[in-house]
Design a protein around this ligand. Structure first.
Ligand SMILES: CC(=O)SCCNC(=O)CCNC(=O)[C@H](O)C(C)(C)COP(=O)(O)OP(=O)(O)OC[C@H]1O[C@@H](n2cnc3c(N)ncnc32)[C@H](O)[C@@H]1OP(=O)(O)O
Ligand SMILES: CC(=O)C(=O)O
Length: 525
């Protein structure tokens, strides 16, 4: 079990699930909980049992299906309704019956909310807190309290907001998490208020929303002011602009502030876990996320690369391996010799200074015509190989290709492509049909080559992106096509640029197949 002196409390399955567009099944919730446990968080808030059948079911299934190694489950819910006994409130009963060792109660700490939203008296709200906390404690559950709108409440009526903390602590709440529910706080004022709240003697936690873009900064400020329990969500999921990103919070506290929060080795697995969770939530990962984003250690500027060549720490705040991420060089028209040399090394090639210079010039020229190599690593590698060999080398040479798009009598749209090419001394002509011209070309080229290279059967075209680029210097607009291909082991991207969309697609497709063959171990002649 995690160290109780400092809590890492995840609320992805409750507050994270309040994110627009995020809809988790019970099985998803169980899968996310396993990933979070793998990271070693101390508490996983599973949802609000009794509020909806899915969350009730999650806690029921968790008993048999979740064998947590580090974390404890927390059930979330509200204090009893005004005017009823905690023991008689059906939602409190659902918390009791959830089987969760911890219950986190949301309670009002802002006088205006008590009067306007709860429509009760300030005294009754304190009674609701006292009764509910002590009832659940008596039933053997550990209780945390989320003091909703605490910071806005403190501004409105500090004495009442602090009274809420004291009442909860005296009734037996172990932690009172101060919530910036509307997410409007900035770190300096928030830290001052936490500092005042710490004087109450209650153990404090922090729960921040990101409406000012300060959720992580606010969380760190609260910790500095004395909070010993941090709440947040995987990948910053949550209502509106989201919650404090728990991965960023944990990495900052562990790597920058020396806290020992997650088990040895777990932090180095954080990037994988962050991405595994996006697979479950079906939310596109934020490639710019701190620490775990695919771009978090990607370097594009030539000047950065030239310094990184001497020492990566000159342009990186930590070693990416500490969070399981990797440094990557991006090659573009902003690259210099160092970027290209380092990218070459990353791909396993040693480039001479002459080759490097030639490649930089070639990249800059092609990028000025619309190509983009940072998004098409495979095209860059082919360009690099051509430079090393002093000539363009492919497994096959194309004599011609042709595509026909036909609307049939029945109204069906059919595409048919014919490719003529030369490979291993043979002239091959093949025709493929598809649901579109690129699909037909893809089928035709595979049909032509599969006899000679059976491995091609494993290659799959998984993404196709088109962008019309404005012409420059009086030239016409051009089309850029990016194709992502995949085999059983990895993905790769290729780029084509031409005035004609099919021509641009063909270029990207031809490179995709060439790269796939190289990957399968077939050298070019
Ligand atoms: C800040 C946060 O994010 S807290 C988490 C919020 N999460 C959710 O709301 C998701 C789950 N919620 C739900 O499924 C429903 O809102 C339920 C089941 C909890 C309640 O549903 P309903 O009974 O239909 O009530 P409804 O949602 O309209 O209103 C909430 C009620 O809870 C009361 N309430 C709000 N906060 C509290 C509190 N801390 N303690 C006690 N009661 C509260 C409100 O005053 C309101 O009471 P009313 O029914 O007398 O008007
Ligand atoms: C409890 C909670 O989620 C909040 O106040 O933001």
């Amino acid at each position: 079990m995690a160290d109780d002196r400092f809590h890492v409390y995840d609320t992805t399955l409750r507050d994270g699930a309040q994110q627009e567009g995020l809809n988790l099944t019970v099985a998803d919730k169980i899968a996310v909980a396993r990933h979070l446990d793998g990271l070693g968080v101390g508490f996983i808030e599973g949802g609000w049992p009794g509020a909806n059948p899915k969350d009730t079911e999650f806690f029921r299934r968790a008993r048999t299906e979740l064998d947590l190694k580090h974390a404890q489950l927390a059930a979330f819910g509200a204090t009893r309704r005004a005017g009823v006994k905690a023991a008689d409130d059906p939602l409190v009963a659902a918390l009791r019956e959830s089987g969760a060792p911890v219950v986190t109660l949301v309670a009002k700490s802002h006088d205006r909310h008590v009067e306007l939203a709860l429509r009760t008296t300030l005294q009754e709200n304190l009674a609701m807190i006292r009764d509910t906390v002590s009832h659940l404690r008596a039933e053997g559950q550990r209780v945390f309290l989320d003091a909703e709108h605490f910071f806005d409440g403190y501004r409105s009526n500090p004495a009442y907001a602090l009274e809420v903390l004291r009442t909860a602590a005296e009734a037996g709440a172990d932690v009172i998490a101060l919530c910036d529910t509307n997410g409007g706080m900035l770190p300096d004022e928030l830290a001052d208020i936490v500092h005042e709240a710490v004087q109450s003697g209650a153990r404090l936690g922090i729960h921040c929303h990101d409406d000012t873009g300060c959720a992580v900064a606010n969380t760190l400020a609260a910790v500095k002011a004395g909070a010993t329990h941090v709440q947040g969500c995987a990948n910053g999921y949550g209502e509106r602009s989201g919650n404090a990103n728990l991965f960023t919070v944990v990495a900052n506290l562990q790597l920058k502030r020396g806290f020992d929060l997650v088990p040895p080795g777990a932090l180095a697995d954080m990037t994988r876990i962050a991405h595994a969770i996006t697979e479950v939530t079906n939310v596109t990962p934020n490639s710019h996320a701190p620490y775990v984003g695919a771009s978090a250690f990607a370097h594009k500027a030539g000047l950065h690369a030239s310094a990184i060549k001497v020492d990566p720490n000159l342009y990186q705040h930590i070693d990416p391996a500490a969070v399981g991420n990797d440094m990557r060089m991006l090659v573009s028209d902003m690259a210099g010799r160092a970027s290209v040399e380092l990218k070459g090394r990353e791909l396993g090639y040693d480039l001479t200074p002459d080759n490097t210079k030639a490649l930089v010039e070639r990249v800059k020229d092609l990028e000025s015509r619309g190509f983009t190599f940072e998004a098409a690593d495979a095209s860059f590698e082919l360009l690099l190989r051509d430079t090393l060999h002093g000539q363009r080398r492919r497994h096959f040479e194309v004599e011609s290709w042709r595509v026909i798009v036909e609307r049939t009598k029945g109204g069906e749209l059919v595409s048919e492509a014919t490719v003529k090419l030369h490979a291993k001394g043979e002239r091959i002509v093949a025709t493929g049909e598809g649901n579109g011209p690129v699909n037909a070309l893809d089928k035709a080229v595979r049909l032509a080559l599969e006899q000679l290279y059976p491995d091609l059967a494993r290659l799959e075209l998984v993404d196709y992106k088109v962008r019309i680029l404005e012409g420059t210097h009086g030239t016409d607009a051009v089309t850029r096509v990016l194709i992502t291909s995949s085999d059983d082991t990895s993905d790769w991207a290729t780029v084509g640029v031409a005035e004609n969309i099919i021509d641009a697609s063909w270029q990207a497709l031809e490179q995709a197949v060439t790269y796939g063959l190289l990957k399968a171990g077939h050298e070019t002649d």
